[in-house]
Design a protein around this ligand. Structure first.
Ligand SMILES: [Zn+2]
Length: 98
């Protein structure tokens, strides 16, 4: 796994700079706005519904206490936020989604 570079000056973003990114990030070195590529944004759109369906299936089929399900959901969401920076890709242009 590797953190994304600035598409303009190839500055390597730091993990903590990308933790709570929403759509775009300004490069601290060259100042050019970096946008998440349309491909990555489309893949990201799938994540929420798929995670929701998987959770619903597990809740329906496995007799687990709710406190356990919430604990697992909390761990998964935290892990997704922490891993997210490694999965990002940047481009200089804000690409249309479709
Ligand atoms: Zn840059």
């Amino acid at each position: 796994m590797k953190l994304p570079d600035c598409s303009t000056c190839h500055y390597s973003f730091q993990w903590k700079e990308l933790l709570f990114i929403m759509g775009a990030k300004k490069c601290p070195k060259c100042g050019v706005q970096q946008y998440i590529t349309a491909q990555r944004k489309r893949q990201g759109l799938w994540f929420g519904p798929v995670a929701g369906i998987i959770t619903a299936v597990i809740v329906q089929t496995a007799p687990l206490p709710f406190s356990f399900i919430w604990a697992v959901a909390g761990v998964l969401i935290t892990a997704a936020i922490l891993i997210n920076p490694f999965w990002l890709e940047f481009t200089e242009k804000d690409e249309p989604l479709f």
